[in-house]
Ligand binder design. Structure first.
Ligand code: MEV
Length: 441
């Protein structure tokens, strides 16, 4: 009998990779062998990769971890994260646990509306062009839908049309936005097809020339919003009580709201979580990044995507950003690891996926600002980074944890120190791999 889906797996970090696959499989209803197969060698062989892009020489693997303790709208989500940076997965899991103590994440999402842009140039009379296009709106939307019959049969399609005049009259430029409901697709191909299908007719109506025909990555009609409440007591550290931590986090939020230099780093901490989920699910992280940062600058001043405030004895966090993610189409169809990720999360549609990515983004941000407002980021980060340093020094198997512990204890997390620690563990002399690491150190 299948167990209840859970995202709470205490001690998962302590067991072997094989054991983790078994435990996560049990928690999500997937056979451990299926997890192992879908992730073997990064889930992609060179022959398949050769069908994705050009001039393929091989594949490039990244670590695949899972964020735990994530509860969104009362649903348990084990959230896969593909990321190379130590502490990102652990930080998201530990912040999600704090959020859980206040009832978990509450998420909502707009309809999956993408913007298809058609630029028209050489427009002598932009007002007349605008009214002529708007008066033929129904016909343009019908043309758009004819170009995407599959999408229409899935319940999506062109929903609206907007005309914007750009620059000065001397620029002679307008842009037409066709608003397309992409359902569970990210939508780039659909929207680009639609732009190309309606462009000639739009130029004819505008008495101008067709310019660019492409989606906008500032998909601000497709935003996700997540909020959470974190009780003060779970925020406390060894040296600071929860109330002081709330004050520190609100101060960190204000800093980001007032200073674009800080806002960029604050948002980087959010994207640590979001990108990792976007990559794990085979989605286009460059599109997500472009949309997030354009949205962050929408007021004319680059701002944080999340805000933290006090409410009595609790900390309240909110995040809003555009997220164009797909659960059908694109890379997903062929990448076994991406398919596994969706199954593991138990998401039923692209909206649920976006809610999970944004929640993990908010969790990553909480972990970062809490660390910055308390002990500083380096202590926890370097402790986890120590394992990668140990590997770089040539440690393998059980030596990795031993060497990492030794260099953390010595407060000297460098490859040189790790080589020395390894030499202490194995007094019979360094092996070849270690020699290379020493030479590089
Ligand atoms: C590091 O990857 C992310 C942080 O810099 C984010 C932040 O400063 O809020 C820690």
């Amino acid at each position: 009998m299948m167990k209840m889906r859970t995202s709470q797996l205490p001690g998962l970090y302590k067991v072997t990779v094989d054991e983790r696959q078994r435990l996560v499989g049990e928690a999500t209803g997937i056979a451990a062998t299926q997890i192992a197969t879908a992730l073997a060698s990064g889930g992609l062989d060179a022959a398949t990769a050769d069908k994705f892009v050009e001039n393929v020489l091989g594949v490039y693997a990244l670590p695949y971890g899972v964020a735990l303790n994530v509860c969104i709208n009362d649903q348990e989500r084990v959230v896969p994260m593909v990321v190379e940076e130590p502490s990102v997965v652990a930080a998201a899991s530990s912040a999600a646990k704090m959020v859980r103590a206040g009832g978990g994440f509450h998420a909502e999402i707009d309809d999956p509306l993408m913007i298809s842009q058609v630029q028209i140039t050489h427009v002598k009379n932009a007002s007349l062009a605008t009214s002529r296009i708007l008066s033929e709106k129904a016909e343009i939307l019908t043309r758009a839908n004819r170009a995407a019959p599959g999408l229409v049969s899935r319940g999506g399609g062109a929903r609206d049309l907007e005309v914007r005049m750009l620059g000065e009259p001397k620029d002679e430029m307008i842009v037409v936005h066709i608003i397309v409901d992409c359902r569970d697709a990210m939508g780039a191909n659909l929207v680009n097809t639609i732009a190309e299908a309606v462009a000639d007719r739009l130029a004819e109506l505008a008495v101008g020339k067709v310019g660019l025909r492409i989606l906008s990555n500032l998909c601000d009609k497709r935003c996700v919003r997540v909020c959470c409440r974190v009780p003060a007591k779970v925020l406390a550290t060894e040296h600071m009580d929860g109330q002081a931590v709330i004050d520190g986090i609100v101060n960190a939020s204000r800093f980001a709201e007032l200073d674009p230099y800080r806002a960029a780093t604050h948002n980087k901490g959010i994207m640590n979580g979001i990108d990792a989920v976007v990559i794990a699910t085979g989605n286009d992280w460059r599109a997500v990044e472009a949309g997030a940062h354009a949205f962050a600058a929408r007021s004319g001043r680059y701002s944080p995507l999340s805000i933290w405030r006090r409410d009595g004895d609790s900390l309240i966090g909110t995040i809003e950003l555009p997220l164009a993610l797909g659960t059908v189409g694109g890379t997903l169809r062929v990448h076994p690891s991406a398919r596994l990720s969706l199954k593991m999360m138990g998401v039923t549609d692209a909206g649920d996926l976006a809610k999970a990515a944004a929640s993990v983004g908010l969790a990553s941000n909480l972990a970062a600002v809490r660390a910055l407002a308390t002990d500083g980021i380096q202590r926890g980060h370097m402790a986890l980074h120590a394992r990668a340093v140990a590997v770089a020094a040539g440690a393998a198997g059980r030596d990795v944890e031993r060497v990492a512990a030794m260099i953390v204890e010595a407060r000297n997390i460098t490859v040189e120190a790790a080589c020395q620690a390894l030499a202490v563990l194995h007094v019979d002399g360094p092996d070849d791999h270690r020699d290379e690491a020493i030479a590089e150190a």
